[in-house]
Write a protein that binds this ligand. Structure first.
Ligand SMILES: *Cc1c(COP(=O)(O)O)cnc(C)c1O
Length: 471
């Protein structure tokens, strides 16, 4: 039995297309090469791997999808939601692929700037911006979407005090409803984000706010992430467009010139197939809301998970295998620290697991129901429970697939477990930087250095070791 619907065919292709098959093949090559090159081994029992080719392909697919449905000359900014994969080299790679940044904290803004993403390609959206953050954003010329009336008051004061190039807008919540995962549903009746449009008087307040502020030129909504049906996302965009039209009609000019439709395209975590595609979503949007694509509006998108998820893999060594109550258990180095959502909410966030042998080759063998446990000291630290896989043995490797977004770049410091190293990889035929190493047809380059014990001590108050003694 297997509780998630995943089984021996965890790595099966489903109805994956050629590019999905190639991505799966690159992943297998990378795991083997990581073992051969010593990135993975007894001294480095867990790594995150990022498929550079795949990231480039997804960025190109995103741009092509919207190019295909927008009128020629329409300004379109695809701003990657930095929270999905907050890694500077990834943001830089995306920048080179024509993608900007959506940031939601001073930290994320600092990452985007470190990656060289310019203010005109950056959007600030967080729900709790301080006066200092707002002042900095407006001084730099970064687009800001005000979340609520109190924030708009602060923006008012800043706009009065100094001229700004920042495009400014309001985030609305079209309240079209939630999806299958409460924690990522942002358009429910009581969501904490944006101005709730269907609340009494809210729509009128928004229209009035634009009427009184000629500098409010954008309108923003993000109707949810993983678990939201496409039809609901499309409705959220349609409602936002309808509001933009209403504002412009009542103001009597095309004041709202750009609609920010947010991100949230769901990712298929059950096979290697990329579905839904950007092309499908863009077509659905263009059919449902043709006026948004006829050239009268510029567009901003804020995709996160769908750009990166399928290009990341956590690979961890099987330290021990054992049995408990008759159930085989593989004790690995990947658990709650790299797959926090999966461990705490396994029904909402199941991950496919691939089994590799000690040399990093895909493992075969009789199907066996087993648990894949993590290294943390609590019994629920399971990467997968009751999963059917070839029986894992000591020194094998397990890979948690589709973990390029919201997983290994979101370290959770339970048990002071070290942040693993992250490496980008590409086939050796692709030119790579001097620091990259090549063997077995795969080149790697560091994206994030593995954390050291001195850093753990430093982050844990090491410099104040005797501080509590002097009170
Ligand atoms: C999280 C978030 C996104 C990205 O969502 P994904 O599901 O990762 O595409 C975009 N916009 C806002 C405002 C967000 O909070």
């Amino acid at each position: 039995m297997n509780d998630t619907g995943f089984g021996m065919n965890d790595t099966a292709f489903g109805s994956a297309g050629d590019s999905d098959r190639r991505r799966a093949a690159r992943r297998d090559d990378a795991v083997r090469a990581a073992v051969e090159q010593g990135l993975l081994g007894p001294g480095a029992p867990i790594v995150g791997l990022l498929d550079v080719t795949g990231i480039r392909d997804s960025a190109a697919a995103l741009r092509a999808a919207f190019d295909a449905v927008t009128a020629p000359g329409t300004p379109v900014l695809h701003a990657f939601a930095v929270k999905a994969t907050p890694l500077v080299p990834v943001l830089r790679l995306l920048r080179e692929a024509g993608i900007g940044a959506e940031v939601a904290s001073p930290g994320e803004l600092a990452l985007a700037r470190a990656a060289g993403i310019t203010p005109d390609r950056t959007v600030l959206d967080s729900p709790a911006k301080t006066p200092a953050e707002l002042r900095e954003a407006l001084a730099l010329g970064i687009a800001v979407n005000a979340d609520n009336p109190q924030e708009l008051d602060r923006v008012d004061a800043l706009v009065r005090s100094a001229p700004t190039r920042s495009p400014l807008g309001i985030r609305v919540n079209p309240q079209v409803g939630g999806g299958s995962i409460g924690a990522t549903s942002t358009a429910t009746a009581t969501s904490k984000f944006g101005v709730a449009l269907r609340d009494e008087g809210a729509r009128e307040w928004v229209v009035q706010a634009y009427t009184e502020r000629p500098w409010l030129t954008r309108l923003h909504a993000h109707t949810g992430s993983q678990g939201i049906p496409l039809s609901l996302m499309v409705r959220g965009v349609a409602e936002t467009y309808a509001l933009a039209e209403e504002i412009n009609r009542r103001v009597g000019r095309r004041q709202v010139d750009t609609v920010d439709i947010g991100g949230g395209l769901p990712v298929n975590f059950t096979s290697d197939e990329t579905t839904p595609t950007y092309a499908r979503y863009a077509r659905l949007l263009a059919e449902a809301v043709p006026g948004l694509f006829d050239g009268r509006y510029g567009l901003v998108t804020e995709f996160g998970r769908s750009l990166l998820a399928k290009h990341g893999t956590v690979v961890a060594r099987v330290e021990y295998t054992k049995r408990s109550g008759g159930r085989p258990i593989a004790v690995t180095h990947a658990g709650v620290q790299v797959a926090t959502r999966t461990v705490y909410a396994p029904d909402s966030w199941p991950l496919r697991i691939a089994a590799y042998d000690a040399k990093g080759h895909p493992k075969s063998g009789p199907a066996t129901v087993q648990d894949i446990a993590g290294p943390a000291c609590f019994s629920g630290d399971l990467l997968a429970e009751g999963r059917t896989l070839p029986l894992l043995e000591q020194d094998d490797y397990v890979a948690a697939l589709d973990t390029g977004a919201y997983y290994f770049a979101h370290h959770y410091a339970y048990n002071s477990l070290l942040r693993p190293g992250i490496y980008g990889f590409a086939p050796a035929s692709v030119p790579a930087s001097a620091s990259a190493s090549a063997s077995g047809g795969v080149r790697f380059t560091p994206v994030r250095t593995p954390q050291g014990l001195d850093e753990i001590v430093g982050e844990s108050g090491g410099e104040h070791a005797s501080g509590l003694l002097h009170l």
